[in-house]
Design a protein around this ligand. Structure first.
Ligand code: GAP
Length: 516
């Protein structure tokens, strides 16, 4: 299936089955803002819990925080967001479409890299077993030319970005002959900077009202509370503060569904360390965070690191964990070694000491920070994309059939168990409801009595319910039910009294956390 088709199917699946709706849809929607429906809210809660518990329960030296969305406006001056939280934008004069200039160039580089990969794959096929890939890459003229182009465009782009040279960024687009992806036109405007923060007014009387911002990241709420948490919790370095919350960015190009939103949720953890030890902690968190992703059991080749070529002026190392979305490998999480930049900036702007007294070294200093920052919505999209499958199956009578199944890790699934009476009559509905009432305190169960069992299975497959049980006439005699497993579709009979233990163990977050 074409990846574009897959993405369309994913987005319509999310809507059809109550995972995600366009915000204010009855008023024709609000661009790049989304609402989570009945199953989406559950799945999102479970992903959030997986992250939160992995930080808080598994690390003695990480504590949580829930800071406000509104913050003093000086915070954003100190952090650099007022002056520098900009994206370079460019408009196409013919199509009137607006793009991020940096993304146009990055996509161009990506295309050249794909061409290079194709050359190598084609040669590998042609030469068979005798193919020496390393030698081919070093000597093939076409591959060498592509490498040269990739490196030269990248070099120019990094240099122009570092100097904020907008004219040069435009010139790269012209020199690379980059066309508007929609219209094919090359008629570009100048490149301009666009600040991504939303602002509003605090106070009711307009003269007194002061301009404040909706936070564009949750991290600053952690930095400004560093001393509060350290002192009140008597925290010793190294320690971390974790937070989950909403962030807002007025994205220029808000597209690709929940990949790039204007209102989204971040899960961030700032890990405070001794200066000089940050690189070692950066490597530690790189590995830990990749393990957190791969622990979900999806194919390993869906993840990769992308170390930054261009480092922000305050960072001394940075990488992205990228996921293979249907529209290519893209960032889902960033791990950044941010030095002492943020705390030092706040110290300068607020005029108060933000320092830690290190008993072992007998001195005070501003700690260094390693940050892990992941978008909850983007993570949600990776989970749905990796779980969704259109599968050909055989019916009992041998006829071909198809089902759409969400192979969600059971601990993340919105509904854990579906309970079906085979028929409504003969007391089967009452037995089923009694089982539901008994298990509802342990995990989310759904009772369904309408339609054929086959249809009921399909609906549960589509929302990712890992287990369905059917109560039939025999249940009245042997107190056993038929359990059907979502992934294999195999069925077996189990005593009612064992359901809590067997299902509970598989759907519990504990099992996911234990394998970390
Ligand atoms: N404190 C660091 C920070 O905010 P970032 O790379 O700008 O770093 C971190 O954002 C993560 O937040 C990204 O990896 C992504 O998952 C998520 N994110 C950023 N902008 C987003 C947007 N517009 N929509 C959805 N998620 C976004």
């Amino acid at each position: 299936m074409q990846q574009e088709d897959l993405f369309k199917k994913l987005t319509s699946h999310c809507k059809e089955y109550g995972f995600i709706f366009q915000s204010s849809e009855i008023y024709d929607g609000l661009s790049a803002v989304y609402d989570y429906g009945q199953y989406g809210a559950e799945l999102k809660n479970n992903i959030r819990k997986y992250w939160w518990d992995s930080m808080l329960l598994l690390n003695d030296n990480i504590v949580g925080l829930d800071s406000a969305i509104f913050m003093h406006p000086e915070v954003w001056k100190a952090s650099g967001h007022v002056d520098a939280f900009n994206d370079p934008l460019i408009d196409n004069k013919d199509s009137k479409k607006r793009y991020r200039a940096d993304i146009l160039i990055e996509e161009f580089i990506e295309k050249l890299s794909e061409k290079k990969t194709k050359e190598v794959t084609r040669a590998a096929k042609r030469f068979g077993e005798e193919f020496d890939e390393a030698m081919f890459i070093q000597t093939n003229k076409r591959v060498l030319d592509l490498d040269e182009r990739i490196n030269s465009v990248r070099r120019r782009f990094v240099e122009a970005s570092e100097k904020s040279d907008l004219a040069e960024i435009r010139q790269i687009i012209i020199d690379c002959d980059i066309a508007d992806p929609v219209s094919g036109s090359r008629n570009w405007t100048d490149v301009r900077q666009f600040n991504l923060m939303f602002d509003t007014k605090l106070g009711s009387i307009s003269e007194d009202a002061s301009k404040i911002y909706l936070r564009p990241e949750t991290a600053q709420g952690i930095f400004v509370n560093f001393m509060n948490v350290q002192k009140s919790g008597r925290m010793k370095l190294p320690f971390g503060i974790a937070q989950v919350g909403k962030a807002f960015r007025n994205e220029i190009v808000a597209r690709q569904f929940i990949f790039r939103m204007r209102e989204f949720e971040q899960m961030e953890m700032q890990f405070f360390v001794r200066p000089g030890e940050e690189k070692q902690w950066y490597e530690y968190w790189k590995e830990k965070r990749m393990k957190w992703h791969s622990n979900l059991g999806f194919s390993q080749d869906k993840y990769r690191f992308h170390d930054h070529d261009k480092l922000a002026h305050y960072a001394n190392a940075a990488t992205d964990i990228e996921f293979a979305f249907p529209f290519g490998f893209k960032e889902v999480e960033g791990i950044h070694s941010r030095t002492d930049y943020d705390l030092s900036q706040h110290q300068k702007f607020c005029g108060k000491k933000l320092q830690y007294f290190d008993n072992e070294l007998s001195k005070s200093y501003v700690p260094y920070v390693v940050e892990t920052s992941i978008g909850l919505d983007r993570m949600f999209l990776t989970v749905v994309a990796a779980s969704w499958e259109e599968e050909k199956i055989k019916k009992e009578n041998g006829a071909e059939d198809e089902r759409v199944v969400l192979r969600l890790p059971p601990a993340l699934a919105p509904v854990k168990l579906a309970i079906f009476p085979l028929v409504k009559k003969d007391g089967l509905a009452e037995i089923s409801q009694k089982i539901r009432d008994d298990l509802r305190f342990d995990f989310i169960c759904q009772y369904e009595e309408k339609d054929s069992i086959g249809r009921r299975y399909r609906r549960q497959d589509a929302i990712g319910t890992p287990f369905c049980i059917t109560i039939d006439h025999q249940t009245k005699e042997d107190e056993k039910v038929t359990i059907r497993y979502r992934d294999t579709m195999l069925q077996e009979r189990l005593p009612v009294g064992k359901l809590r233990e067997i299902i509970g163990e598989k759907v519990n977050m504990k099992s996911l956390l234990k394998s970390l």
